[in-house]
Design a protein around this ligand. Structure first.
Ligand code: MGD
Ligand code: MGD
Ligand code: MO
Length: 770
């Protein structure tokens, strides 16, 4: 192998990590977004040296006809089009990708991998954008340059030599565009495996499975127009001001129009108070805030299902006096299993509901009254609902409640999950699924002329377990940061390290490059903000948002390095090397992504006439049969579920701990050690606790504590020296940050319903550090 020539890129010295400062905690009393956000953005842009390019690029973001889709969250673009619907965190994500810093071959020559292993995650990503393919050289413990051709050949050869194609796993993080996604799953299936673990396995798997079972579709049924028409919004388990900031606009507009907005969350997050609408310049100038909540209910961690059951019980009790409380006609006509559900509600006592929800009957009745008074209701949720043992049952309970009053298939009503990564929903739509349907595989096989494997593949957790058994030897990460995002950090590290080959397609240096297999490759790709020039001209890729809108995204910046390849080109390169005899026209597809879309249109439901419709000004919406009251369930009707309530109350002395994001992070990417809306500065190794729980344990503010988590199998995992912060959180509950706390999540503690790691309900003890 000969080392390729060095690419010429603009280099800037790195500023290094932000210096450690004294931790601070001052409860936040300002509205969400507004000037606090503007100030934070300015600071961030200045630090990243993006003063000029940043704002100009941002003007191109999320815009009708051109521009790129925000690589941040999956909240839909404003349907009114050209409004400046930006958010602080979207700006950070874009700027993060467009940084002028570069991590080049000189950087890798200057540091061994062992040395880099000592660096913080912040420091690794802060080196800037990757510039050329690198391969790990064991003899020197350095990453050294490798040509694309040799890199593809290394992956191809290793894959060809595997005795069983199921010994490779192909991970996806939700940023991949639809076209790359389609090629990626095609490659895996042509190679003979359905091992397609993805970030969804840790995120909204429960939502998909629950809605599939209840409604025959894995997706929500509402769009932004419904949000604008609804009478009552129920927002469960989402920190919207940080993680879906553009939802703030929808909440403020709903409030102004007199809609009810109920937040159900153990914490009163910033989105549950008031906001200054970020794009409303008059409001900004006048510092005028709008409320974003009419009721906050601080449910116990894991108590949502009990709370929903209580609301349903109240609706059913009310219906005995007032038949209008129930939409009996809808129930009779469109649903199945109502009587059993009614019995389940009646059989669940108020005492049990109160105990499990951690909310009084009186407060539950207030929620029920709001729900009962509203003609049209939307229930929206995110990880606070899904990352639990009983995540599927809880999402099904959400649907149960909606069905009782016919809140489905009409304007302003329905279930509305808030997805995570900008294209995580599109990834699933376009075939990233370790449990693909027979129907999909048959169509894929027919259209693409391959023989897809039928056996289900591995998800995130089972991939890690298989690495330990030696059953998965090659790991390909298409984006993401598997080492840190997955549960049980040391166990995941050991799994990756036992691989024969780890390959990461990435934009920036991260932990997953440092915790590597016997052989390892870093393959740098174009980001979403960058021009993607192929033989057929400049290319666009399509993405799907939380509300099933598919539209095009086109980068406009010069690539961070001339040696970067697009994700489709990298997949095609690997595929050709691994499948030299393949009849799939890999290179031809990459020349013009319209060709990929033409094939996708034949394989995927709802993608007919894809190339034309995706070019419509706002793209197109994938049809949701459930919205038309067509239910692709075994009974052909929407199915009530009558699951018993789980027991979520911690044993005496224990706390239920939820891991979550701070305001200043993107999953495993940490922008700073601050969490502005929760009033925290310069601190991530913390645990939020109820003041009474602290007192009971003799702990005061900023005391160092040890946290020990007990897994189902009785094994224990711990962190030491975390600082305790008294916070407005129900008794028996605690919270702290991922990914630091992933060391506390046992690999075996995943939901028996969704296979999702239980990241929001760890059983822990917290004691003062000695
Ligand atoms: N800026 C930014 N945006 C992001 C991300 C990011 O890291 N940074 N990540 C993206 C991704 S991949 C995802 S999936 C989403 C995640 O978006 P969120 O779901 O908001 O993510 P978390 O930070 O885990 O916050 C969980 C929320 O649920 C609450 N909660 C915890 N336990 C419970 C419970 O038992 N019941 C209820 N009702 N609430 C509970 C917590 O208090 C918190 O408000 O955001 C996406 N957007
Ligand atoms: N304890 C705990 N753990 C969790 C969670 C939790 O709430 N608690 N949440 C889970 C959830 S919801 C999710 S979604 C996962 C997130 O898991 P991942 O999606 O695996 O992690 P990210 O941190 O989003 O990935 C960041 C990396 O993506 C790469 N990247 C960024 N942009 C691009 C691009 O355009 N192309 C490519 N190829 N690479 C790019 C960069 O190299 C960056 O380092 O974490 C999960 N882990
Ligand atoms: Mo996610």
């Amino acid at each position: 192998m000969s080392a390729p020539e060095e690419p010429k890129v603009e280099l800037e010295p790195s500023v290094g990590a932000v210096p450690a400062e004294r931790p601070e905690f001052h409860p936040y009393h300002h509205p969400a977004a507004g000037w606090g956000a503007a100030k934070s953005v300015t600071k961030f842009l200045t630090r990243e040296g993006e003063y000029v390019d940043g704002p100009r690029a941002i003007m191109k973001m999320n815009h009708e006809n051109g521009g790129f889709d925000c690589p941040g969250c999956a909240w839909p673009d404003d349907v009114k089009g050209l409004k400046l619907d930006l958010c602080e965190n979207g700006i950070k994500h874009v700027t993060w990708e467009m940084t002028r810093k570069r991590v080049d071959r000189h950087f890798f020559a200057a540091h061994t991998v062992t040395e880099l292993a000592e660096w913080s995650d912040f420091a690794l990503e802060d080196q800037g954008r990757l510039t050329e393919p690198m391969v790990y050289e064991a003899a020197t413990d350095h990453y050294v340059p490798i040509s694309w051709k040799d890199a593809f050949e290394l992956v191809g050869r290793t894959l060809r030599e595997l005795p069983d194609p199921n010994q490779a796993a192909y991970y996806t993080s939700g940023r991949l565009g639809n076209e790359a996604t389609f090629l990626y799953q095609l490659m895996a299936r042509e190679l003979g495996t359905n091992n397609l673990p993805d970030c969804s396995n840790m995120c909204h798997e429960a939502s998909g499975r629950a809605m599939q079972a209840s409604l025959g579709t894995g997706k929500g049924t509402v769009d932004l127009k419904d949000w604008e028409a609804t009478d009552a919004l129920f927002i469960m388990g989402v920190n919207a001001a940080s993680n879906a900031p553009r939802m703030l606009t929808a909440l403020a507009e709903a409030y102004k129009r007199g809609a009810q907005i109920v937040h159900i969350n153990p914490l009163v997050e910033a989105a549950a108070t008031r906001t200054i609408i970020p794009h409303d310049f008059v409001d900004m100038a006048l510092n005028k805030s709008t409320k974003t909540s009419t009721l906050n209910v601080q449910v116990r961690i894991g108590g949502d299902m009990a709370l929903l059951r209580g609301v349903a019980k109240a609706v059913l009790e009310q219906a005995k006096r007032d038949p209008k409380a129930l939409d009996q006609e809808f129930v009779d006509r469109y649903t199945e299993g109502f009587e059993k559900y009614r019995e389940a509600c009646e059989a669940t006592s108020w005492e049990e509901i109160e105990r499990q929800a951690g909310v009084s009957r009186a407060e539950i009745l207030r929620v029920a009254r709001i729900y009962g008074d509203a003609d049209r209701s939307i229930i929206s949720w995110c990880l606070g609902v899904t990352q639990h043992e009983h995540g599927v049952d809880t999402v099904r309970e959400i649907v149960n409640l909606l069905l009782l009053r016919g809140n489905l298939g009409r304007e302003g009503a329905g279930p509305s999950p808030v997805r995570g990564h900008s294209n995580v929903q599109g990834n699933r739509t376009c075939g990233i699924d370790h449990r693909p349907s027979e129907e999909f595989l048959t169509r894929l096989g027919e259209v693409c002329g391959i023989e897809p494997p039928r056996a289900h593949g591995k998800d995130t957790v089972t991939t890690i377990e298989a690495m330990h058994r030696g059953d998965v030897k090659v790991f390909v990460g298409m984006g993401g940061n598997f080492a840190l995002a997955a549960p049980d950090t040391p166990y995941t590290y050991a799994g990756l390290q036992s691989c024969e080959l780890t390959v990461h397609v990435s934009t920036k240096l991260n932990r997953s490059h440092i915790v590597h297999g016997r052989q390892a490759l870093i393959l740098p790709c174009l980001g979403r903000t960058e021009k993607d020039q192929q033989r057929g001209g400049e290319q666009s890729t399509s993405v799907e948002d939380s509300m099933s809108m598919v539209h095009l995204s086109r980068g406009m910046k010069r690539p961070a390095s001339p040696h970067l390849l697009s994700e489709p080109a990298i997949i095609a390169g690997i595929a050709r090397a691994a499948l030299p005899e393949s009849r799939t026209p890999w290179e031809w597809y990459v020349e013009d992504y319209d060709r990929v879309r033409d094939t996708m249109a034949k394989v995927l439901d709802g993608f007919e006439d894809f190339n034309r419709r995706v070019r419509l000004p706002l793209g197109f919406r994938i049809k949701q049969p459930a919205r038309e009251l067509v239910f692709l369930t075994p009974s052909g009707r929407a199915e009530f579920s009558a699951a018993p309530l789980p027991d979520v109350v911690p044993e005496p002395g224990m706390l239920a701990l939820g891991t979550m994001r701070s305001h200043d992070q993107w999953n495993t990417t940490i922008y700073s050690d601050n969490d502005r809306y929760r009033g925290v500065k310069n601190l991530r190794t913390l645990v939020f606790m109820n003041a009474d729980d602290m007192r009971e344990r003799g702990i005061t503010e900023f005391d160092a504590v040890d946290i020990v988590a007990t897994a189902r199998d009785g094994s224990k995992r711990s962190v030491q020296g975390y600082l305790a912060i008294p916070y407005d959180i129900p008794r028996g509950c605690a919270a702290g940050y991922m990914p630091e706390m992933n060391v506390l999540c046992a690999i075996g503690d995943y939901s028996t319903q969704s296979d999702q790691p239980i990241m929001k309900h760890l059983k822990v003890t917290v004691t003062r550090a000695l």
